[in-house]
Design a protein around this ligand. Structure first.
Ligand SMILES: [Fe+2]
Length: 338
């Protein structure tokens, strides 16, 4: 195991702030936010990491009340089955459109395949791997839908949900104002632990860039990413610069490249498919790169966040305050529907 991977294996959980810890591992961090009355997990990890998350929660003496599925890509989702089994009372929160996206047959097939690939990757890298890869993709039929600007009061600490676009349908980022912490999931791209991002503007380039602007304007003191770490203050600010630069640079390059599409795809796969990005299958990242080319070639137009044409499903500040407190969540928040 090289030094980079040793760094990824450093012991979790880590205390991120007074109220927030990181569970899971470097490739699949799961954030725990503890309030005076309730606690919530942000991200579910994958099936192979779920029981390790449970062990850590047990050690902390925490039974989570809520879990936020930031978006319906398998690498942020497949741990939910085991977590639901263990915590029967847990309420699942997600974004509008996530359940419908997840129910598509092609989505489910690719998620199952990628879950196995990711489990094998973790085992090969020396991470503890617990649950066997799932056979059936969990659904989000009973999830509560969080709208932009809605807040969940955990008691002394608040989750503010931000609908974010450009990466995935049904995508949420979570801002914790009391801790000045932004849990951005994949909004900045896939972060390599050695530095830099693989841009992931899968549902729209312009929306992706607008999301970066919006999240950056929150000026988080702590930035939690969907993969490989969290950052503080200056590093967090720098991350937005790098994320924007990597997306703009790739989009410009793809837009201006007149060669045959598959030639370009092969070239950018060779460039980006390295280090931790190999936790996904090469086929998956190849499909991602095809999608990035398509998005780069689109005219300046609105890109549907519910784009059904996505072929890479497995890769995978508003302040409107609502009545979405935990006490009223079941009655005050709409249920998802197909
Ligand atoms: Fe994603």
């Amino acid at each position: 195991m090289d030094s980079r991977n040793q760094k990824n294996c450093r012991p979790f959980p880590q205390q991120l702030s007074g109220r927030i810890r990181v569970l899971g591992n470097g490739p699949f961090p799961v954030y725990l936010v503890r309030g005076d009355r309730f606690s919530a997990l942000i991200e579910a990890g994958i099936s192979a990491t779920a029981d390790e998350v449970v062990r850590r929660l047990d050690r902390l003496g925490v039974t989570p009340d809520f879990i936020v599925i930031t978006h319906p890509h398998g690498d942020h989702l497949t741990g939910i089955g085991f977590l639901r089994e263990r915590y029967s009372g847990i309420r699942v929160l997600t974004g509008e459109g996530a359940a419908a996206f997840l129910s598509h047959p092609r989505t489910t097939k690719s998620i199952v395949a990628e879950d196995r690939h990711m489990a094998a990757y973790l085992a090969a890298q020396g991470y503890p791997v617990g649950c066997t890869p799932m056979e059936k993709v969990p659904d989000l039929e009973d999830a509560l839908i969080c709208k932009d600007g809605e807040e969940l009061d955990l008691g002394g600490v608040t989750l503010r949900f931000l609908e974010v676009r450009g990466h995935s349908p049904g995508n949420l980022a979570v801002f914790v104002p009391e801790e000045k912490t932004l849990l951005a999931s994949d909004c900045l791209g896939f972060h390599y632990s050695g530095g830099g991002f693989f841009p992931v503007f899968f549902t729209g380039y312009r929306e992706y860039m607008a999301t970066l602007d919006r999240l950056e304007s929150l000026r988080p003191e702590i930035l939690g990413l969907g993969h490989h770490w969290f950052m503080r203050t200056e590093d967090a600010a720098e991350a937005f610069v790098l994320a924007r630069r990597s997306a703009a640079g790739l989009r410009e390059r793809l837009r201006d490249d007149s060669r045959d599409g598959e030639t370009v795809v092969a070239e950018i796969v060779d460039e980006f498919y390295r280090d931790e990005l190999t936790l996904y299958s090469r086929e998956n990242i190849t499909n991602c790169c095809r999608l990035l080319i398509r998005r780069s070639l689109e005219e300046e137009k609105e890109c549907s966040t519910n784009a059904r044409s996505i072929s890479t499903e497995s890769f995978a500040a508003g302040t409107r305050r609502t009545s979405m407190s935990c006490r009223t969540a079941s009655g005050g928040v709409r249920r998802s529907s197909r």
